[in-house]
Design a binder for this molecule. Structure first.
Ligand code: AHM
Ligand code: MG
Length: 344
Protein backbone atom coordinates (compact mmCIF):
# COMPACT_ATOMS: atom_id res chain seq x y z
CA UNK A 1 0.00 0.00 0.00
CA UNK A 2 1.56 3.26 -1.00
CA UNK A 3 0.72 6.90 -0.67
CA UNK A 4 1.98 8.66 -3.76
CA UNK A 5 3.17 12.19 -3.17
CA UNK A 6 2.52 15.18 -5.37
CA UNK A 7 4.83 17.63 -3.61
CA UNK A 8 8.43 17.91 -4.75
CA UNK A 9 10.73 17.28 -1.78
CA UNK A 10 14.39 16.26 -1.81
CA UNK A 11 15.58 13.78 0.77
CA UNK A 12 17.90 16.32 2.35
CA UNK A 13 15.01 18.72 2.95
CA UNK A 14 12.89 15.85 4.29
CA UNK A 15 15.60 14.73 6.71
CA UNK A 16 16.22 18.28 7.91
CA UNK A 17 12.49 18.83 8.53
CA UNK A 18 12.15 15.54 10.41
CA UNK A 19 15.20 16.37 12.49
CA UNK A 20 13.78 19.78 13.30
CA UNK A 21 10.62 18.17 14.67
CA UNK A 22 12.34 15.32 16.51
CA UNK A 23 15.69 16.51 17.69
CA UNK A 24 15.50 20.21 18.20
CA UNK A 25 17.43 21.05 15.02
CA UNK A 26 21.04 20.52 16.05
CA UNK A 27 21.60 19.61 12.40
CA UNK A 28 24.15 16.91 13.21
CA UNK A 29 22.03 14.00 12.05
CA UNK A 30 21.21 15.82 8.81
CA UNK A 31 24.87 16.51 8.16
CA UNK A 32 25.77 12.88 8.76
CA UNK A 33 23.03 11.76 6.37
CA UNK A 34 24.27 14.23 3.77
CA UNK A 35 27.62 12.41 3.81
CA UNK A 36 25.86 9.05 3.56
CA UNK A 37 23.82 10.25 0.59
CA UNK A 38 26.98 11.29 -1.18
CA UNK A 39 28.31 7.74 -0.78
CA UNK A 40 25.02 6.29 -2.03
CA UNK A 41 25.02 8.53 -5.11
CA UNK A 42 28.57 7.46 -5.92
CA UNK A 43 27.77 3.76 -5.47
CA UNK A 44 24.65 4.15 -7.60
CA UNK A 45 26.75 5.71 -10.34
CA UNK A 46 29.22 2.82 -10.24
CA UNK A 47 26.42 0.23 -10.22
CA UNK A 48 24.67 1.92 -13.15
CA UNK A 49 27.89 1.84 -15.18
CA UNK A 50 28.87 -1.70 -14.15
CA UNK A 51 30.07 -3.49 -17.25
CA UNK A 52 31.67 -0.31 -18.56
CA UNK A 53 33.89 0.58 -15.63
CA UNK A 54 35.96 -2.44 -14.64
CA UNK A 55 33.99 -3.24 -11.51
CA UNK A 56 32.53 -6.58 -12.53
CA UNK A 57 33.84 -9.86 -11.25
CA UNK A 58 37.56 -9.13 -11.34
CA UNK A 59 39.07 -9.72 -7.96
CA UNK A 60 42.82 -9.95 -8.34
CA UNK A 61 45.32 -8.68 -10.80
CA UNK A 62 45.62 -5.45 -12.70
CA UNK A 63 43.64 -3.89 -15.49
CA UNK A 64 44.97 -2.45 -18.74
CA UNK A 65 45.91 0.75 -16.95
CA UNK A 66 48.11 -1.17 -14.54
CA UNK A 67 45.68 -0.42 -11.68
CA UNK A 68 44.46 -3.01 -9.27
CA UNK A 69 40.89 -3.95 -10.13
CA UNK A 70 38.49 -4.07 -7.21
CA UNK A 71 35.16 -5.77 -6.96
CA UNK A 72 32.09 -3.62 -6.66
CA UNK A 73 31.43 -4.64 -3.08
CA UNK A 74 34.91 -3.54 -2.04
CA UNK A 75 34.46 -0.27 -3.94
CA UNK A 76 31.12 0.30 -2.21
CA UNK A 77 32.70 -0.36 1.18
CA UNK A 78 35.56 2.05 0.48
CA UNK A 79 33.18 4.70 -0.81
CA UNK A 80 31.08 4.65 2.36
CA UNK A 81 34.17 4.69 4.56
CA UNK A 82 35.70 7.63 2.68
CA UNK A 83 32.45 9.61 2.81
CA UNK A 84 31.88 8.95 6.51
CA UNK A 85 35.29 8.88 8.22
CA UNK A 86 35.98 12.61 8.42
CA UNK A 87 32.59 14.24 9.11
CA UNK A 88 33.00 14.25 12.89
CA UNK A 89 29.59 12.58 13.34
CA UNK A 90 30.61 8.95 13.90
CA UNK A 91 32.61 7.25 16.64
CA UNK A 92 32.86 3.79 15.04
CA UNK A 93 31.69 1.83 11.99
CA UNK A 94 31.20 -1.83 11.13
CA UNK A 95 30.73 -3.34 7.69
CA UNK A 96 30.08 -6.72 6.15
CA UNK A 97 33.32 -6.22 4.25
CA UNK A 98 35.48 -5.75 7.35
CA UNK A 99 36.24 -8.51 9.83
CA UNK A 100 36.96 -6.02 12.64
CA UNK A 101 35.37 -2.79 13.82
CA UNK A 102 36.35 0.23 11.70
CA UNK A 103 37.72 3.06 13.82
CA UNK A 104 37.66 6.71 12.78
CA UNK A 105 41.18 7.73 11.65
CA UNK A 106 43.07 9.50 14.44
CA UNK A 107 43.23 12.84 12.63
CA UNK A 108 39.43 13.29 12.57
CA UNK A 109 36.93 14.14 15.29
CA UNK A 110 34.68 11.53 16.84
CA UNK A 111 30.92 12.07 17.03
CA UNK A 112 27.93 10.57 18.77
CA UNK A 113 26.66 8.19 16.07
CA UNK A 114 27.47 4.58 15.15
CA UNK A 115 27.14 3.35 11.54
CA UNK A 116 26.73 -0.30 10.55
CA UNK A 117 26.41 -1.23 6.89
CA UNK A 118 26.32 -3.86 4.21
CA UNK A 119 27.85 -1.90 1.33
CA UNK A 120 26.69 -4.18 -1.48
CA UNK A 121 23.95 -6.65 -0.67
CA UNK A 122 23.32 -9.50 -3.10
CA UNK A 123 26.91 -10.03 -4.17
CA UNK A 124 26.03 -13.12 -6.20
CA UNK A 125 23.86 -10.91 -8.43
CA UNK A 126 26.48 -8.25 -9.22
CA UNK A 127 27.91 -9.90 -12.29
CA UNK A 128 24.55 -10.79 -13.85
CA UNK A 129 22.84 -7.40 -13.86
CA UNK A 130 20.26 -8.32 -11.23
CA UNK A 131 19.10 -5.96 -8.46
CA UNK A 132 21.60 -5.34 -5.68
CA UNK A 133 21.54 -2.93 -2.76
CA UNK A 134 23.10 -1.16 0.19
CA UNK A 135 21.83 -1.45 3.77
CA UNK A 136 22.61 0.80 6.73
CA UNK A 137 21.76 1.07 10.39
CA UNK A 138 22.46 4.00 12.73
CA UNK A 139 22.65 4.17 16.54
CA UNK A 140 23.62 6.70 19.17
CA UNK A 141 26.79 5.66 20.91
CA UNK A 142 26.20 4.29 24.40
CA UNK A 143 29.73 4.75 25.70
CA UNK A 144 29.84 8.19 27.26
CA UNK A 145 33.24 9.32 26.04
CA UNK A 146 32.39 11.72 23.23
CA UNK A 147 35.95 12.22 22.12
CA UNK A 148 37.18 8.63 22.24
CA UNK A 149 36.63 5.81 19.79
CA UNK A 150 33.39 3.88 19.86
CA UNK A 151 33.66 0.33 21.15
CA UNK A 152 32.08 -3.07 20.64
CA UNK A 153 29.45 -2.05 23.19
CA UNK A 154 28.32 0.76 20.88
CA UNK A 155 28.01 -1.65 17.97
CA UNK A 156 26.33 -4.59 19.72
CA UNK A 157 23.10 -2.80 20.62
CA UNK A 158 19.70 -4.41 20.15
CA UNK A 159 18.00 -3.32 16.92
CA UNK A 160 15.17 -1.68 18.88
CA UNK A 161 17.61 1.10 19.70
CA UNK A 162 18.28 2.06 16.07
CA UNK A 163 17.97 5.78 15.41
CA UNK A 164 17.57 5.29 11.67
CA UNK A 165 17.72 2.50 9.12
CA UNK A 166 17.58 2.36 5.37
CA UNK A 167 18.27 0.40 2.27
CA UNK A 168 19.03 1.41 -1.27
CA UNK A 169 17.69 -0.73 -4.08
CA UNK A 170 19.62 -0.48 -7.35
CA UNK A 171 16.74 -1.89 -9.40
CA UNK A 172 14.83 -0.54 -12.37
CA UNK A 173 15.52 2.78 -10.65
CA UNK A 174 17.64 3.61 -7.62
CA UNK A 175 15.39 3.96 -4.58
CA UNK A 176 16.20 4.71 -0.96
CA UNK A 177 13.78 3.35 1.61
CA UNK A 178 14.32 5.02 4.91
CA UNK A 179 12.99 5.42 8.44
CA UNK A 180 13.88 7.33 11.58
CA UNK A 181 11.05 5.72 13.52
CA UNK A 182 8.40 7.97 12.05
CA UNK A 183 7.10 5.70 9.28
CA UNK A 184 8.81 4.61 6.09
CA UNK A 185 9.38 6.89 3.13
CA UNK A 186 10.68 6.03 -0.33
CA UNK A 187 12.93 8.35 -2.32
CA UNK A 188 13.69 7.80 -5.99
CA UNK A 189 16.95 9.00 -7.48
CA UNK A 190 16.83 11.34 -10.44
CA UNK A 191 20.31 11.01 -11.96
CA UNK A 192 19.80 14.02 -14.21
CA UNK A 193 19.65 16.39 -11.23
CA UNK A 194 21.58 14.23 -8.76
CA UNK A 195 18.79 14.27 -6.17
CA UNK A 196 16.67 11.75 -4.31
CA UNK A 197 13.04 12.91 -4.47
CA UNK A 198 10.24 11.72 -2.18
CA UNK A 199 8.13 9.29 -4.21
CA UNK A 200 6.09 7.26 -1.69
CA UNK A 201 5.22 8.53 1.75
CA UNK A 202 4.56 6.50 4.92
CA UNK A 203 4.25 3.18 3.11
CA UNK A 204 2.37 0.34 4.82
CA UNK A 205 2.75 -3.35 4.05
CA UNK A 206 -0.54 -5.29 3.55
CA UNK A 207 -1.41 -7.49 6.55
CA UNK A 208 -1.23 -10.54 4.31
CA UNK A 209 0.18 -11.20 0.87
CA UNK A 210 0.28 -13.87 -1.79
CA UNK A 211 4.02 -14.20 -2.31
CA UNK A 212 6.55 -16.28 -0.43
CA UNK A 213 10.26 -15.88 -0.91
CA UNK A 214 12.86 -18.40 0.21
CA UNK A 215 15.77 -20.36 -1.24
CA UNK A 216 13.84 -23.59 -1.69
CA UNK A 217 16.97 -25.32 -2.94
CA UNK A 218 17.85 -25.74 0.73
CA UNK A 219 14.60 -27.54 1.60
CA UNK A 220 16.20 -30.97 2.11
CA UNK A 221 18.02 -29.41 5.10
CA UNK A 222 14.92 -27.82 6.68
CA UNK A 223 13.10 -29.13 9.73
CA UNK A 224 9.70 -30.79 9.26
CA UNK A 225 7.66 -27.84 10.56
CA UNK A 226 9.20 -25.47 8.03
CA UNK A 227 8.67 -28.00 5.24
CA UNK A 228 5.00 -28.22 6.27
CA UNK A 229 4.63 -24.44 6.22
CA UNK A 230 5.99 -24.11 2.69
CA UNK A 231 3.86 -27.05 1.53
CA UNK A 232 0.82 -25.33 3.08
CA UNK A 233 1.54 -22.11 1.18
CA UNK A 234 1.65 -24.07 -2.07
CA UNK A 235 -1.56 -26.00 -1.44
CA UNK A 236 -4.70 -24.49 -3.06
CA UNK A 237 -7.37 -23.47 -0.54
CA UNK A 238 -11.12 -23.21 -1.13
CA UNK A 239 -11.12 -19.50 -0.25
CA UNK A 240 -8.50 -18.99 -2.99
CA UNK A 241 -6.08 -17.40 -0.52
CA UNK A 242 -3.58 -20.11 -1.48
CA UNK A 243 -1.51 -21.17 -3.37
CA UNK A 244 1.03 -18.43 -2.90
CA UNK A 245 3.40 -17.52 -5.71
CA UNK A 246 7.14 -17.95 -5.27
CA UNK A 247 9.54 -15.07 -5.92
CA UNK A 248 13.22 -15.23 -5.02
CA UNK A 249 15.82 -12.74 -6.24
CA UNK A 250 18.61 -13.76 -3.86
CA UNK A 251 19.23 -10.15 -2.86
CA UNK A 252 17.56 -9.66 0.51
CA UNK A 253 16.66 -6.02 -0.03
CA UNK A 254 15.09 -6.78 -3.42
CA UNK A 255 13.08 -9.62 -1.92
CA UNK A 256 12.11 -7.41 1.01
CA UNK A 257 11.23 -4.44 -1.19
CA UNK A 258 8.76 -6.51 -3.19
CA UNK A 259 7.41 -7.97 0.05
CA UNK A 260 6.76 -4.50 1.50
CA UNK A 261 5.04 -3.28 -1.65
CA UNK A 262 2.92 -6.37 -2.40
CA UNK A 263 2.77 -8.18 0.95
CA UNK A 264 3.81 -11.75 1.77
CA UNK A 265 6.83 -13.22 3.51
CA UNK A 266 10.56 -13.36 2.89
CA UNK A 267 12.57 -15.95 4.80
CA UNK A 268 16.13 -16.99 5.31
CA UNK A 269 15.59 -19.83 7.77
CA UNK A 270 18.01 -21.95 9.73
CA UNK A 271 18.81 -25.31 8.21
CA UNK A 272 20.93 -28.35 9.07
CA UNK A 273 24.15 -26.86 7.74
CA UNK A 274 23.41 -23.23 8.80
CA UNK A 275 21.85 -23.40 12.28
CA UNK A 276 21.67 -19.58 12.43
CA UNK A 277 20.58 -18.99 8.85
CA UNK A 278 22.70 -16.76 6.66
CA UNK A 279 21.79 -13.13 7.20
CA UNK A 280 23.73 -10.99 9.64
CA UNK A 281 21.88 -9.37 12.55
CA UNK A 282 23.63 -6.01 12.73
CA UNK A 283 23.60 -4.80 9.15
CA UNK A 284 20.99 -7.00 7.48
CA UNK A 285 18.28 -8.29 9.86
CA UNK A 286 18.06 -5.26 12.20
CA UNK A 287 17.69 -2.46 9.65
CA UNK A 288 15.27 -4.52 7.57
CA UNK A 289 13.29 -5.34 10.72
CA UNK A 290 13.06 -1.70 11.77
CA UNK A 291 11.78 -0.75 8.32
CA UNK A 292 9.23 -3.56 8.18
CA UNK A 293 7.89 -2.78 11.67
CA UNK A 294 7.65 0.90 10.80
CA UNK A 295 5.64 -0.15 7.74
CA UNK A 296 3.26 -2.20 9.95
CA UNK A 297 4.83 -5.62 9.32
CA UNK A 298 6.66 -8.13 11.49
CA UNK A 299 10.17 -9.56 11.68
CA UNK A 300 11.25 -12.52 13.77
CA UNK A 301 13.86 -15.24 13.98
CA UNK A 302 11.02 -17.74 14.00
CA UNK A 303 10.44 -17.29 17.75
CA UNK A 304 11.67 -13.89 18.91
CA UNK A 305 11.29 -10.37 17.62
CA UNK A 306 14.46 -9.53 15.64
CA UNK A 307 14.71 -6.06 17.20
CA UNK A 308 14.93 -7.57 20.71
CA UNK A 309 17.88 -9.87 19.93
CA UNK A 310 21.05 -9.09 21.85
CA UNK A 311 23.91 -9.65 19.40
CA UNK A 312 27.21 -10.82 20.85
CA UNK A 313 29.43 -10.56 17.78
CA UNK A 314 29.70 -8.16 14.86
CA UNK A 315 28.97 -10.70 12.16
CA UNK A 316 26.49 -12.84 14.11
CA UNK A 317 23.76 -14.42 11.99
CA UNK A 318 20.10 -15.05 12.65
CA UNK A 319 17.28 -16.84 10.88
CA UNK A 320 14.86 -14.27 9.46
CA UNK A 321 11.11 -14.39 8.82
CA UNK A 322 9.95 -10.97 7.69
CA UNK A 323 6.97 -9.41 5.96
CA UNK A 324 3.21 -9.11 6.36
CA UNK A 325 2.09 -9.43 9.97
CA UNK A 326 -0.33 -12.34 9.44
CA UNK A 327 2.07 -14.26 7.22
CA UNK A 328 4.92 -14.03 9.73
CA UNK A 329 2.59 -14.98 12.60
CA UNK A 330 1.47 -18.00 10.60
CA UNK A 331 5.07 -19.04 9.91
CA UNK A 332 5.88 -18.74 13.62
CA UNK A 333 2.88 -20.93 14.50
CA UNK A 334 4.02 -23.64 12.07
CA UNK A 335 7.54 -23.50 13.51
CA UNK A 336 6.06 -24.06 17.01
CA UNK A 337 4.28 -27.10 15.62
CA UNK A 338 0.84 -25.47 15.61
CA UNK A 339 -0.82 -26.22 12.30
CA UNK A 340 -4.14 -24.97 10.96
CA UNK A 341 -6.79 -27.56 10.21
CA UNK A 342 -5.97 -29.61 7.15
CA UNK A 343 -2.24 -28.82 7.25
CA UNK A 344 -1.11 -31.63 9.60
P1 AHM B 1 25.77 -11.05 0.63
O1 AHM B 1 25.65 -9.98 1.67
O2 AHM B 1 27.10 -11.71 0.58
O3 AHM B 1 25.29 -10.59 -0.70
O4 AHM B 1 24.81 -12.27 1.11
C1 AHM B 1 23.51 -11.99 1.54
C2 AHM B 1 22.54 -12.37 0.47
C3 AHM B 1 21.16 -11.82 0.72
O5 AHM B 1 21.00 -10.58 0.08
C4 AHM B 1 20.25 -12.85 0.14
O6 AHM B 1 19.00 -12.85 0.78
C5 AHM B 1 21.01 -14.12 0.41
O7 AHM B 1 22.38 -13.77 0.47
C6 AHM B 1 20.85 -15.14 -0.67
O8 AHM B 1 21.52 -16.29 -0.30
P2 AHM B 1 21.37 -17.66 -1.09
O9 AHM B 1 22.16 -17.52 -2.33
O10 AHM B 1 21.94 -18.68 -0.13
O11 AHM B 1 19.91 -17.90 -1.33
MG1 MG C 1 24.36 -8.78 2.45
Amino acid sequence: MRMRVSKLVTIERHIAEEEHVKRGATGEFSRMMRDMLLAIRLISRDVRRAGLNDVLGLTDGTNVHGEQVKKLDQIAHDTIFRAMDHGGHLCIMASEESEELIPIPPEYERGKYVLLFDPLDGSSNIDVNVTIGTIFSIYHRVTPDYVGDGTLEDVLQPGARQVAAGYVCYGSSTQLVYTTGNGVDVFTYDPTIGEFLLSDEKIQIPNRGKYYSVNEGNSSKWNDNLKKYIEYLKTPSTDKRRPYSLRYVGTSIADLHRTIMYGGIFMYPADRSSPNGKLRILYECNPLAMIIEQAGGRASDGKNRILDLRPEAIHQRSPLFIGSRDDVLEAEAFLRGEFPEGAE
